[in-house]
Design a protein around this ligand. Sequence first.
Ligand SMILES: C[S@@+](CC[C@H](N)C(=O)[O-])C[C@H]1O[C@@H](n2cnc3c(N)ncnc32)[C@H](O)[C@@H]1O
Length: 265
Amino acid sequence: MKTNSKEQSALIRKGIIPGPTALTGIVVAICAFGIVWSSTLIISIDLAVWIKTAIFAVSAMILCIPFQLPRWWIAIFAILPTAYLIMEGQSFPIWIYPTLAGGLLLLNWNSFRDRVPLYLSNKKTVETLSQFIDEKIEIEKFYDLGCGIGSALIPLAKRHPNKDFIGIETAPLTWFILWIACKLSGCKNVQIHRKSIWDISIKDADLVYAFLSPHPMDKLLLKCKKELPKGAVLISNSFDSEKFPAKEMIPVQDRRQTKLLIWEF
Ligand SMILES: C[S@@+](CC[C@H](N)C(=O)[O-])C[C@H]1O[C@@H](n2cnc3c(N)ncnc32)[C@H](O)[C@@H]1O
């Protein structure tokens, strides 16, 4: 069930599991800037903007490989400099840039501390979770720790109107979108809390779902061992714990080859 480091690297490159944090992307961008800067020094002529941008883009795309960034980062380093060249000379209001950067930060608030960015459970995973609730476990309370914009929480709450669904999320913009999505869904059996998953009690949970990253998994398992009642179950989308490996796994029939790892306490 556990993946070895070669398999893990391959999954990171394919973007199936997240690899290094957003900080690594920033380091790659800084190195690419360094390459542009040193090339202008070495050649000692002022290069045209499009040449500098092209050197930046190509260097960053190549650097993604040794830095083990997933493939979608290569696309980012191709698209952003191209967008910059297209926009050059156009007069966009200056507030656009800090607004875009701020929006990304407010969505990925937990990338820095917990190393958990925002990505969403897909429909097939939600169907598999729903089937698990129908067939494998009697539950009253379901917790989604780090529930994002409610991609799993809200559809599950709709399908199981007699059970309580509790979502925990701290990223400010993500939480705001989640709050609107909950209001629009009209679900009466969903509660959301803008708190850290480390600051809430899960003592009354029957089923806990988490789609985080490899980084907090040992800590999450310790929390579950300490707080969950006997018979409660933790399902982790994709990520196992080094210290407390899962003994059961349900494969999801999707393109990402999602694995739902299961612990019973
Ligand atoms: C990979 S997303 C998964 C979202 C959702 N569970 C889903 O399956 O679609 C992980 C979410 O966990 C949130 N998160 C990470 N660390 C957290 C923490 N300590 N407290 C609350 N939320 C956290 C992130 O902000 C992010 O929205």
